[in-house]
Design a protein around this ligand. Sequence first.
Ligand SMILES: NC(=O)c1ccc[n+]([C@@H]2O[C@H](COP(=O)([O-])OP(=O)(O)OC[C@H]3O[C@@H](n4cnc5c(N)ncnc54)[C@H](O)[C@@H]3O)[C@@H](O)[C@H]2O)c1
Length: 432
Amino acid sequence: MTEMNSKQYIALAMRQAADVPGITPGIIGRDIKKVAVIGAGTMGAGIAVCFLGAGIRTVLMDQSEEALAKGKATIGGVFAAGVKKGRLTPDQAEGIQVLLSTTLDYADLADCDLIIEAVFERMDIKEDVFGRLGKIAKDGAVLATNTSGLDVDHIAAASGRPHDVVGLHFFSPAYVMPLLEIVRGKETSPEVLKTALFASTIINKIGIVVANCFGFAANRMLRGYGRESEFMLLEGANPGDIDQAITNYGFPMGPCAMGDLAGIDISNFVNDALRAEGLVPDDPRLGVMGKALAAEGRLGQKTKAGNYDYGEDGRTPIPSPKVLEIRDRVAAELGIEKREISEEEIVERCLLPIINEAAKILDEGVVNNTGSIDLLWIYGFGFPAAKGGPVYQAREMGYEQVLSKLNAYKDADPQFGDVYWAPAAALQKLFN
Ligand SMILES: NC(=O)c1ccc[n+]([C@@H]2O[C@H](COP(=O)([O-])OP(=O)(O)OC[C@H]3O[C@@H](n4cnc5c(N)ncnc54)[C@H](O)[C@@H]3O)[C@@H](O)[C@H]2O)c1
């Protein structure tokens, strides 16, 4: 049992996370008067909303007028919704959007203080973008990537000025989720890191500094959560059962609805990249549902169909008989038998892999403290704050209990249990 209640614990976690090694009060960040966002898709448009909302001139760049028009319409839609909800007057919404300009030309980014890349999750494209930025960005510009997990050092090297490069990993929807995962590259300068922290405060986000590794801290911990929810789907739980268990636990949405929001194609990209890097075992169940859904054009909310169907508003999940049909077919092909899965099992299989991975990232120094882990979950993925976060919950359960549950799930999967469930060597560190 933890001695602090979850509120006191989160306040302490905030103080722990603000203590970033090497970032002393004497380090001065750089001014941010003008921002550019490259890629006007889901994330780019959302990131532009954040800076526009903070009163900062923002240039949005993409490869075609169509993509820019789509991005501009998304941005306009967000501010129009703000007016409808009474958060802004129509004049304010219009005034804010005067700060927005769009371009197809890199030359228009030359006077920006902060340039954030949010193009497709492909290293070759990111390399190309950063190669160009290295040539056109002004001296002292901070160059940021919103990659979900590609190697920030590799991207930084492509710019030819790696000390200016940092990861600014936003969460979807970027203008809603309060977390900004700030990825410190091997060569990121302290001034650039300080500027990234400053950027997080001006757009009203909780900036958590983590080290570079595949998936960084947040998405690395999300992997097991996503994997187990997909496996439980194959084993017979419906998307609604899984999501209901997780929302009953206190999350605002479950993993299936979250997958639809982020885009099934995004998780497919990530699974492909993990395979290519040899970071996952040769398990035919891994990512198979995502691929089967995508093959039917079900990429999530963006195609109005994913783990659920989506009606006119494009946002409200509707149970889909088609998904169950796809699931039954895929499960039969893999010889997976259907069974009843209890709510307790759903919660445990989603939560325990997070705890286990948390111990690994703490041990590897991807995060400096346990508080950051819980903040990443609360502010990035909607972990119920009243439950304090996964580490807080692990401490509530106690080391022996966590260990024995991990071992039980390991034994239940003779083929891949060792890979997915073996207790982290440093598990105990979470409890110190
Ligand atoms: N979707 C999420 O939930 C999420 C969350 C965090 C981070 N990310 C990351 O953000 C990035 C963008 O993801 P997204 O979901 O917004 O993708 P998206 O497909 O919605 O948008 C990508 C945009 O980039 C544009 N683009 C592609 N290549 C370009 C180039 N060379 N120059 C200029 N523009 C180019 C495309 O035209 C498109 O408009 C990816 O790296 C992704 O991993 C996504």
